[in-house]
Design a binder for this molecule. Structure first.
Ligand code: IPE
Ligand code: IPE
Ligand code: MG
Length: 221
């Protein structure tokens, strides 16, 4: 089972409580740690979460800086993740891509988390950071072109950032928005989408169970 979450609504969660938007991101990162535990308890094999998109760089600098530091914190949760037998992975514009924007300190945190959890055999947690599907697909096409290969479905699939990543079984989007926002467009072909009005900091076991039930229903039909 592969669950892919568009973690939306952190800002609104904070604003509704009279807090600055960054407080919502902090709470969102906390809840992600809780959702990881929940997914492990439900035997989810792959959890992929949209942490920061190629479009999100235009946000106010202070907010971006805060979100970057939260990713450092997230990738630093190695002890917890090892206890849960979770393997960390990352998806996003390859660091050597001239258009890539992941700063060095986040690159370092990503590499460290991947290597410190590489022996784990349980769930794979993939964090999408500096990620956008259009950039991913365009880059795949470019690589094929440079190698003189045809852009067949099979060839393109092999040039995605993480070719081994299995197809998504259910996409989740929180906070009532009904958009895909450039997330895993290739990998989630055919997958149902579970929308919840809860914001990401409020995302609960009940929400997850509904999404898993939707995935099973679509799968068995
Ligand atoms: C999702 O929450 C987090 C990121 C996109 C990084 P938002 O920050 O988009 O929250 P809203 O949509 O403004 O409420
Ligand atoms: C999607 O949320 C991106 C992430 C969750 C990282 P946004 O809040 O950025 O999406 P739009 O702009 O509302 O579509
Ligand atoms: Mg949003």
């Amino acid at each position: 089972m592969h669950v892919a979450c568009i973690m939306d609504g952190n800002g609104r969660w904070a604003q509704r409580r009279g807090l600055p938007r960054i407080a919502g991101h902090t709470q969102g990162e906390e809840n992600l740690a809780a959702v990881v535990r929940l997914c492990v308890a439900r035997n989810v094999d792959y959890l992929t979460v949209f942490g920061f998109s190629t479009e999100n760089w235009i946000r106010p600098r202070k907010e971006v800086r805060h979100i970057l530091s939260l990713h450092k914190r997230l990738f630093g949760r190695v002890k917890e993740l090892n206890e849960l037998n979770v393997r960390v992975s990352w998806i996003g514009r390859r660091f050597e891509d001239p258009a890539a924007r992941t700063p060095r300190f986040v690159q370092k945190a990503i590499r460290q988390a991947i290597s410190d959890t590489s022996a784990n055999t349980g769930m794979t947690l993939t964090v999408a950071f500096d990620y956008g599907s259009r950039a991913e697909i365009a880059e795949a096409a470019r690589l094929l072109h440079d190698r003189g290969l045809q852009p067949t479905i099979e060839n393109l699939a092999q040039q995605m950032y993480l070719p081994q990543m299995p197809n998504v079984d259910v996409v989740v989007r929180t906070s009532g928005e009904r958009r895909l926002s450039n997330f895993l467009l290739w990998q989630s072909n055919g997958a149902p989408i579970h929308f919840t009005a809860n914001t990401w900091p409020e995302y609960s076991a009940e929400d997850l169970d509904q999404a898993l039930a939707l995935a099973r229903r679509v799968h068995s039909s």
